[in-house]
Design a protein around this ligand. Structure first.
Ligand code: FA5
Length: 359
């Protein structure tokens, strides 16, 4: 009968000396495999007398258990060592800049949004948000556009099926409902912008069913049209990155502002595909604005005899098109990688007024 103790120490030494997982597997097959030395020993149990089996059985089983345990432990150590070696050889310097050809780009809408937020942050405005699926009440009624009012026809609305709670909802047609949300939740002084997605049943080269607006709202004592003009001017100078601009205000109509104005900026479009701001005989439409209607202040719990406000809402996609020269609004949302590579921005070029907005 083999000397079990010396066989065990011989096998355990081989296990300890296995340099890698393949060598260890070879030891396992040579010992515990079908034709392995330990398996062969266990197979002799059947031919032993009951007394011998009683005596040798625990020794054989002990040998098998010791070998199995040693192989398992060695396997774990070898796997740990292999992982350590891999980690040491595959170090990655996360401080290195990414390679341009591999990196994605920032979508022009995200870029323009960041630019607008940076500009208004300098002017002391906070950012307010509202949901895309909005209460009909906030999108229209509290903005002085009651049901059946003809002004609802000004915006081609996507209506949402009636909800269980009985409230009617729409896909917000403008960012003005965020004015309502803000005034219902905060007391003046209020100074916020609310950039975001908006929806209308509309589609051509300059209209998209989903587009973006930025709303600005200021409510305080003694606010007047001069504040509105100054803010629009500062914003346009910073956004288009020019010192000399000329703005023109046209009378307009929005149910939620009184008086209402639309702003245009002087520009030169004589050279096809090129637009120059500050000179020329053309005018570029920026968007609508006005002094917040007293009924809207009242509808939002603000005393119109004490407080006044101004608001404006500009189209972000249109502003991106003008600043960066995209001819068709629909291409913003087609996810064409070639377009995104061409018009996209470097992810780490975060717009700031000091560092430059659009570098
Ligand atoms: C409004 O939406 C008002 N809420 C703006 C406002 C806010 C007025 C605060 C007064 C006070 P208007 O419908 O004109 O106004 O839209 C504003 C801008 O959104 C437009 O000048 C245009 O740039 C952009 N816009 C409107 N419809 C679309 C569209 N389908 N696709 C792309 N841009 C659009």
């Amino acid at each position: 009968m083999a000397d079990i103790a010396s066989l065990q120490s011989e096998i355990l030494a081989t296990v300890a000396g296995a340099a890698d997982e393949a060598a260890l597997e070879a030891v396992r097959v040579a010992t515990l495999g079908k034709k392995g030395s330990v398996s062969a020993l266990l197979a002799t149990m059947g031919s032993l007398s009951p007394d011998e089996r009683k005596f040798q059985g625990p020794k054989f089983n002990g040998l098998r258990d010791a070998v199995t345990e040693a192989i398992t432990a060695r396997k774990v150590r070898l796997a740990d060592a292999a992982l350590d070696a891999r980690l040491a050889s595959e170090t990655l310097d996360v401080t290195l800049p990414s390679r341009f050809e591999n990196s994605g780009t920032v979508h022009p809408i995200s870029q323009v949004l960041e630019e607008v937020v940076a500009i208004f942050a300098e002017l002391g405005f906070g950012v307010a948000e509202g949901p895309d699926v909005e209460f009909d009440d906030y999108n229209f009624t509290r903005l002085n556009i009651p049901p059946d009012h003809p002004a609802r026809q000004m915006q081609d609305t996507f209506y949402v099926a009636a909800q269980a709670d009985g409230d009617s909802h729409v896909l917000r047609t403008h960012t003005s409902p965020v004015q309502v949300r803000t005034m219902l939740n905060a007391k003046p002084p209020i100074r916020v912008i609310s950039p975001g997605r908006t929806y209308r049943v509309d589609s051509d080269a300059t209209h998209s069913p989903m587009f973006h607006q930025v709303e600005a709202l200021v409510v305080d004592e003694g606010i007047h049209l001069g504040h509105l003009k100054w803010t629009v001017e500062q914003f346009c100078k910073a956004f288009f990155e020019i010192d000399q601009i000329e703005l023109r205000a046209r009378p307009s109509f929005f149910p939620f502002t009184e008086p209402s104005l639309e702003w245009d900026m002087r520009c030169d479009r004589r050279t096809p595909g090129k637009i120059t701001f500050g000179t020329g005989n053309d005018w570029l439409e920026l968007g609508g604005s006005g002094m917040v209607h007293r009924k809207v202040l009242e509808n939002c719990g603000i005393d119109p005899t004490k407080y006044q406000g101004f608001a404006f809402g500009f189209g972000l996609d249109r502003m991106a098109m003008l600043k960066y020269g995209m001819p068709d609004i629909r291409s913003f949302f087609e996810s064409d990688l070639r377009w995104l590579k061409h018009y996209g921005f470097q992810p780490l070029d975060i717009p700031t007024l000091d560092g430059g907005l659009s570098r």
